[in-house]
Design a protein around this ligand. Sequence first.
Ligand SMILES: [Zn+2]
Ligand SMILES: [Zn+2]
Length: 384
Amino acid sequence: MRTQRRESPELPHRRKNLLTGEWVLVSPQRTNRPWRGEISEPAVEQKLPYDPSCYLCPGNKRAGGEVNPNYEHTFVFTNDFPALVENPSDNSTKEDSRLSFRAEHGICRVVNFSPRHDLTLAEMTQSEIERVIVAWKEEFTRLGSNPRINYVQIFENKGLLMGTSNSHPHSQIWAQQSIPTEPAKELKQFKLYYRGKKRGLLADYLKLELRIKERVVYENPSFVVLVPYWATWPYETLVVSRRTIGSLLQFTSREVKDFANALRVTTIKYDNIFQTSFPYSAGLHQAPTDGKNHSEWHFHAHFYPPLLRSATVKKFMVGYEMLAEPQRDNAPELSAKVLRDLPVRHYKVSVFRIGVTSPLTKLLWERKLEHCQLAILLPFSQDC
Ligand SMILES: [Zn+2]
Ligand SMILES: [Zn+2]
């Protein structure tokens, strides 16, 4: 792997995604081409701690009619408009050489990160993110122990560019009977490697990355954040546990803290690239909950952010990508260097924390002011 890249890093080449077995085309020479594509001003999103029209804020009525409690930390509920339903009335299966059909049983949950409408992971404190991880762990434990649930997908879709329907920071959990396509591809690759080498695929890959260091973005005692060798999205990252563990179930309290730290640092660095709330799709890939032993699986999280050249110019997966295979221009090593060199302090430095229902919050809402604007007027401030 190392030798191939050193031979011609500036020329077009393909890299294999170890986790899926699929290939990505890298064309570094194209980064010099004249850019005549979309250039637009960044959309400034004014967000306040509480939004009376948001169906995820505390005390507000949800789209399905239920009223949210005045929650103070994370808040978990069953999705009012789920993509999967429990015990679908049609339970049939039809396997055919032309048309195949399988009824799918599942449960969809929503995890609001905090009561704050304006705080993404990048602006939350480490202890607040730890509460999110604990909520994910509880949900994974409960859903995964259901004998009809064989896979639990925890994910976050952040930002209008990613089609988020509600900007209140939250994640979703889709738990289902089948192992869906992406984790199924990874399961196959993990198993193939484990059978052949009697070692874990990601453990071996992590060893290599830690020796080379070129694509490592950030490390703490339990996790490593890196731009994978096969990264497709401009600033794609992989968060890998140092220990070979299958899921949140095996997390120690130290690992909960360190995972929160890794998520916080990664999202802060993302926001700092273009000084914007960086959009992405991200999620955890954990071992299936099908009752089988999955020693081959290695816990990891993917971040797939679409932004390419500015706060508004994103990469489109179209044309060649739709018809042939994923392609990227700049080398993943360059993205890793950009991310590694960015500060771990969020670019919004003058933000202080106040309660959702405090008089100050109401003042902010009435006057349509942002926290940082008010912070200038007041003699104190507190970093998030
Ligand atoms: Zn809200
Ligand atoms: Zn994965």
